[in-house]
Design a protein around this ligand. Structure first.
Ligand SMILES: [Fe+2]
Length: 189
């Protein structure tokens, strides 16, 4: 016979107690101050007509996944549709790169990143990005912390890129695409 106490339990709680605890969702509130998560369905979609591709230079686009202005990093997919030297730059933070399509390399290293390859770029490194002739370009997911300076061969600074320049370019592009001035905010944390 069930006790009076167990009869008083709410039905949902009883059901939970019968369940394997490993299958029960976390029951407590998330911590105060936590920022919202991001879900971007089709975030890895490489479709040409995707309005999420922000022009960066001729035949170069990026698609933001996270623009983290509080920790100074961003995650984006870079798409390059031409062969040649893209840029020489010096990093101020670490970079993780996952090659999704095509191939690319740096003049300063003897490896070539192809589809499925991972690269760690250490903070402080200066390198020159090249997409080789004969390749169909490249598409690579980059997690970039701290940004980088464009430099000449002697290291003199020519310009810079960071989460804020990415955010500004994305905001402008999404507004031009008719998605609205605030559309980019879904990627900002
Ligand atoms: Fe780099």
């Amino acid at each position: 016979m069930p006790s009076a106490a167990s009869l008083a339990q709410p039905a949902g709680d009883l059901a939970n107690r019968r369940m394997d605890p490993s299958k029960v969702a976390y029951q407590r509130p998330q911590p105060a101050g936590m920022v919202p998560d991001i879900f971007f369905g089709g975030g890895l979609s490489l479709a040409e007509d995707d309005r999420h591709w922000v022009p960066q230079a001729k035949d170069v686009w990026f698609k933001p996944l996270v623009l983290n202005v509080t920790q100074g990093f961003y995650v984006n997919i870079l798409k390059v549709r031409k062969a040649g030297v893209l840029s020489r730059h010096r990093h101020f933070g670490p970079v993780h790169a996952f090659t999704l399509k095509g191939s690319w390399h740096y003049l300063e290293h003897d490896w070539v990143a192809n589809e499925g390859d991972y690269v760690f770029e250490p903070p402080g490194e200066t390198h020159t990005l090249v997409v080789p002739e004969g390749a169909e370009g490249m598409i690579t997911l980059f997690h970039v912390t701290g940004g980088y300076s464009y430099v000449d061969p002697q290291g003199a600074a020519l310009g810079y890129e960071d989460v804020f320049t990415k955010l500004e370019a994305a905001r402008r592009h999404f507004a031009e695409q008719g998605l609205g001035e605030d559309y980019v905010d879904r990627f900002v944390r």
